[in-house]
Design a protein around this ligand. Structure first.
Ligand SMILES: *[C@@H]1O[C@H](CO)[C@@H](O)[C@H](O)[C@H]1NC(C)=O
Ligand SMILES: *[C@@H]1O[C@H](CO)[C@@H](O)[C@H](O)[C@H]1NC(C)=O
Length: 149
């Protein structure tokens, strides 16, 4: 009998918690963030090509002269599954990179500025005093051949 009562209390508490969560989500502008992603060419004297997309949106192919950027905005619910990727092509290297997801969002805090540098793409970590989070190129430039055999 005691166990039954404890279970009932637990079940009611769980239901109340779920009801509260559902209510706050319904009211919920607070649970929705506006995100900005900026991809900027930071390689002087070079044009780069980018192609960014998510599972819902293809943002097209763009050529960026030095210092130019491509910027887009979207709304996501906190903890959501929105992911954006970019194919980046430069004279120094290329590759496909995730430019937005919730793991990255904790670094850039709603303003994800990617500087495309000679050694690879770098995220300006707004949440960490602007320190750069850089990744190397996944593929070498097209004009560099593999080691001769
Ligand atoms: C970049 O593109 C512009 C416009 O197509 C062109 O005029 C310029 O020569 C290019 N620059 C380089 C370094 O390739
Ligand atoms: C991106 O380009 C726009 C239009 O030229 C400019 O107003 C903005 O300051 C640029 N942003 C960055 C981060 O360079």
């Amino acid at each position: 009998m005691k166990t039954l009562t404890q279970n009932s209390v637990l079940a009611i508490a769980l239901l109340l918690t779920m009801a509260m969560l559902i209510t706050s989500e319904a009211n919920g502008r607070l649970l929705v963030d506006r995100e900005t992603v900026v991809v900027k060419n930071d390689i002087s004297g070079e044009n780069i090509t980018i192609h960014c997309y998510s599972s819902d949106d293809d943002l097209g192919v763009h050529t960026l002269p030095y210092a130019a950027n491509f910027t887009w905005y979207f709304h996501v619910s906190v903890g959501g599954t929105t992911k954006f990727y970019c194919d980046l092509t430069t004279g120094h290297g290329s590759g496909n990179y995730g430019v937005f997801d919730w793991r990255l969002e904790t670094r850039c805090d709603q303003y994800c500025l990617w500087l495309i540098q000679a050694y690879g793409p770098c995220l300006v970590q707004t949440a960490y005093a602007g320190h750069l989070y850089c990744q190397p190129w996944k593929k070498p430039p097209h004009n560099i051949k593999a080691f001769p055999s």
